[in-house]
Structures are given as structure tokens and as C-alpha cells.
Design a protein around this ligand. Structure first.
Ligand SMILES: Nc1nc2c(ncn2[C@@H]2O[C@H](COP(=O)(O)OP(=O)(O)OP(=O)(O)O)[C@@H](O)[C@H]2O)c(=O)[nH]1
Length: 239
């Protein structure tokens, strides 16, 4: 079913909005820089970053020279990052819509969440698809810990795989654990040093854009919290 914005324009006519979230330091800004480097020639891109008290990530991306600096806008959330990507998305929506107004013909807007914990996910009212990022150096067991992003984000990236031998993590086992948690949803084992994995990531973005342009992409909400049970009762439920 085709989706329409409030002004009656089909959503598939505007840019594809991709959210990137995950714990602090997992490599979200680096992934956005990578995507800008790889895709800004064939595609029209823009970026919105979120930081709690600064515009540090936006400044880092502008300094990296991966995109026209005016196409990189910062939202200072002033509160826990998930509030601005899930609970009150207005500041982010305004930033995205301003970019779409300033640059007609944008193909993709990348929205980077501030680093948060395993429960953070984007509202499907803000993004069309979302990527959850884990750091292999954060421990091989993290993929098994679950949570809405790990289990149900549109894409899970197990990042910095080049570091696996140095931190004693079994990369293949961590990817297998992630795949087991995700019921067939895609997982990419990524390192910016591994060109094949970078091509896999850019291929995924291109595929999402085609799906969006066809009008068939319907945003899926990973949910604010994974279904779980408490010790005193064995009924699985979610909040
Ligand atoms: N070895 C290695 N390091 C990486 C890779 N990707 C990112 N890093 C490093 O990981 C660190 C954190 O990367 P960022 O991109 O700043 O992470 P972030 O998730 O945006 O961080 P916050 O915005 O603070 O949450 C930096 O020192 C990056 O250089 C990778 O593929 N391999």
C-alpha cells in the first residue's frame, strides 16, 4: 500500500530516511562517513546528527570532507538520545524536512542517533529503515543479549571486525549469534578496512532505496523493548 505525507505527496517521492543507532562508540559516525564517501557521487545525500550537549558528530563529519558541510545538520537533544529519535521526534523531523526543502532531489537522509544503550530504536514516524550497530570489541556476547535493535532493526551491523583477533572475540560465532537472534533479518559483519563488507553495506542501502522508490517500503517498528518475561511469571509480554 502506497504511503502519503500529510501534504498528500507520496512518501516514495521524498528522500529515503535511514536511521543509524547503537551504543556509544560502536562506529555510527564512521559508518555515515563511509556511506557518504561511497555513495555521494551516484546519489544525493544529507545527514542529521544527534548529540546530547554538542554538535561534535556533525563537526567531525564536516571535517572529514565527505559531504558539502551545509548538508550536515546537527540536533542537540539536551536529553537521553532515545527521547529525540523515538519519543519526541520533532527536532529531527524539522531538520530532515529543512534539508529536503533546501536540496530538492535528495535520495537519502542519514540520521545518526546519539550513542545510547541496547534499548534505543527510532520511531518509524522518523525513519523508513534503521540500522543497529554493535562493536565487536564491545564483547562477543553482546549479540546474544538481544533487545529490539539487535533483534528487529532492518539491519544489524557487527562493526570493526578487523579488531576481533586483538580482543579475543570469535567473529563467526558473534555473527551466528546475531543471526540466530534475528529470525532471518540481515546481519553484516563490517570493517571499514574490508572492501567486500563495505560493498555489502552500500548494496543494502541501494536496495532499500529501490524498495522505497517503488512505494512498497513500509517502516517496521522494532519496538521500544524486546518481549521478555519476569522471574515471577512465565508469560512473555512486552511494554
Ligand atoms: N578498527 C576499527 N575502528 C573503527 C572502525 N569504525 C570505526 N572505528 C573507530 O571507532 C571509534 C568510534 O567510532 P565513531 O564512528 O566515532 O563511533 P560512534 O558510534 O559514532 O560514537 P558516538 O557518537 O560517541 O556514540 C573511532 O576511533 C573510530 O575510528 C572499524 O571498522 N575498524
Amino acid at each position: 500500500m502506497r504511503r502519503f505525507a500529510f501534504n498528500g505527496v507520496p512518501c516514495s517521492d521524498r528522500a529515503l530516511r535511514i536511521g543509524v543507532c547503537g551504543p556509544v562508540g560502536t562506529g555510527k559516525s564512521s559508518i555515515i562517513a563511509l556511506l557518504c564517501r561511497e555513495l555521494s557521487a551516484p546519489l544525493e545525500l544529507a545527514v542529521v546528527t544527534n548529540d546530547i550537549y554538542t554538535d561534535e558528530d556533525a563537526r567531525m563529519l564536516r571535517a572529514a570532507g565527505v559531504l558539502d558541510p551545509d548538508r550536515i545538520r546537527a540536533v542537540e537533544t539536551g536529553a537521553c538520545p532515545h527521547t529525540a529519535i523515538r519519543d519526541d521526534i520533532s527536532a529531527n523531523l524539522i531538520a530532515v524536512e529543512e534539508l529536503e526543502g533546501d536540496y530538492t532531489g535528495l535520495d537519502v537522509v542519514l540520521i545518526e542517533s546519539g550513542g545510547d544503550n541496547l534499548t534505543a530504536t527510532f520511531s518509524p514516524a522518523l525513519v523508513d529503515v534503521q540500522i543497529f550497530v554493535l562493536d565487536i570489541a564491545g564483547g562477543g556476547d553482546v549479540a546474544r543479549k538481544g533487545g529490539p535493535g539487535i533483534e528487529r532493526a532492518d539491519l544489524l551491523v557487527v562493526n570493526k571486525t578487523d579488531l576481533a583477533p586483538y580482543v579475543g572475540v570469535d567473529r563467526d560465532q558473534m555473527v551466528a549469534d546475531a543471526e540466530a537472534a534475528r529470525s532471518g533479518r540481515p546481519v553484516i559483519a563490517l570493517s571499514r578496512l574490508d572492501t567486500a563488507s563495505v560493498a555489502e553495506l552500500t548494496g543494502w542501502v541501494r536496495h532499500q532505496l529501490e524498495h522505497h522508490r517503488s512505494g512498497e517500503l513500509v517502516p517496521q517498528d522494532p519496538g521500544p523493548m524486546a518481549p521478555h518475561s519476569h522471574a515471577h511469571d512465565d508469560r512473555v509480554h512486552s511494554h
